[in-house]
Design a protein around this ligand. Structure first.
Ligand code: NAP
Length: 296
């Protein structure tokens, strides 16, 4: 957090809540291993050598290990074609030792990312990136959540933020963050406004928000004078130098609640990924037992 900042907002800290979620996931992973011999396994797929993506993947693997979740790492060159990536993801989808699959976003521009995401078996889509997962989020049905939006919802719940009837403005509409975040808020009865790079009059729109979700990828993009006093500000951004998409110093003097960067949304994302990997492993071993018993 920047020094010398006048913080009047309460911080929405994700670290403790995330640690609790990871501890629960670890206990469940251990129970599954003891009762069935199955260790939950998360396969991570990284295309190219972007340093930020490589760091995210490494962090996810390290946390998996600490939670007793195995990891399988697949690193593909930047020149990988859509067909090659789809083939890798299909192979992992068919591998019974792998319970969850994470394709690190973004992939290089020449790859059809949607086609790649759709090659992930929905039963293993623990990062919530397939159309199947999106539809479940949009219809308010159970299923895997996109991890950052799902983590944001857990944080809002933990801090008792009223969502029903609130006006939520989501800045950004990426398939892994902005779009599903808006859908989850809508499913919780918020009135949702999506904004993006073509939006006209963004500050005026943000000023009408009770809840702001910033998912832009631009450091210090949302300014304090864009905010309604008392707003709840969720900064999902993560830019070089541990800087979010919201100007923390300005926003913290206006908002009621605000997530710090780091330590806000980031840890929740990884915690949900691990929780959903254990969910997937439990569901798949249940299906395997039923299939042996001739019930599936
Ligand atoms: P992305 O795929 O690049 O999407 C960025 C979105 O921001 C796009 O929808 C884009 O609009 C919109 N945008 C760009 N310029 C804008 C502007 N001037 N005004 C309004 N909207 C604008 O990024 P992403 O993957 O969603 O990530 C967003 C941020 O979240 C990044 O900082 C990333 O590092 C961070 N992130 C954090 C986590 C975590 O665990 N905390 C996880 C994932 C991502 P168009 O659609 O019109 O182009």
């Amino acid at each position: 957090m920047p020094g010398g900042v006048r913080v009047t907002a309460e911080l929405m800290v994700g670290t403790d809540l995330a640690a609790e979620m990871v501890a629960n996931a670890a206990t469940r992973a251990e129970k599954l291993r003891e009762s069935t011999g199955v260790q939950p396994c998360l396969a991570t797929v990284l295309v190219g050598d972007g340093p930020a993506s490589a760091t995210y993947v490494r962090m996810k693997q390290n946390r998996s290990k600490k939670a007793g979740i195995g990891s399988r790492s697949v690193v593909l060159p930047s020149a990988t074609t859509t067909a090659e990536l789809v083939a890798t993801l299909t192979e992992l989808s068919n591998d019974s030792a792998v319970h969850g699959i994470l394709l690190q976003h973004p992939v290089p521009g020449h790859i059809d990312e949607r086609a790649a995401f759709e090659a992930i078996d929905p039963a293993k889509d623990v990062d919530g990136v397939t159309m199947h997962a999106f539809a479940a989020m949009a219809f308010g049905e159970p299923g895997f959540r996109s991890c950052t939006p799902g983590g944001i919802m857990r944080l809002l719940e933990a801090y008792d933020v009223p969502i029903s009837g609130a006006h939520a403005v989501v800045i950004g509409r990426s398939p892994i963050l902005g779009k599903p975040a808006g859908m989850l808020l809508l499913a919780s009865d918020a009135t949702v406004t999506y904004t993006h790079s073509r939006t006209v009059g963004l500050p005026e729109i943000v000023r009408t928000a009770d809840i702001v979700v910033a998912a832009v990828g631009k450091a210090n993009f949302v300014r304090g004078d864009w905010l309604k006093p008392g707003a709840v500000v969720i900064d999902a951004g993560y830019n070089e130098g541990n800087v979010g998409d919201v100007h923390f110093g300005e926003a913290a003097a206006v908002a009621r609640l605000i997530t710090p960067v780091p330590g806000g949304v980031g840890p929740m994302t990884i915690a949900l990924l691990l929780e959903q990997t254990v969910d997937a492993a439990e569901a798949q071993s249940e299906t395997a037992v039923q299939s042996v018993a001739g019930l599936a």
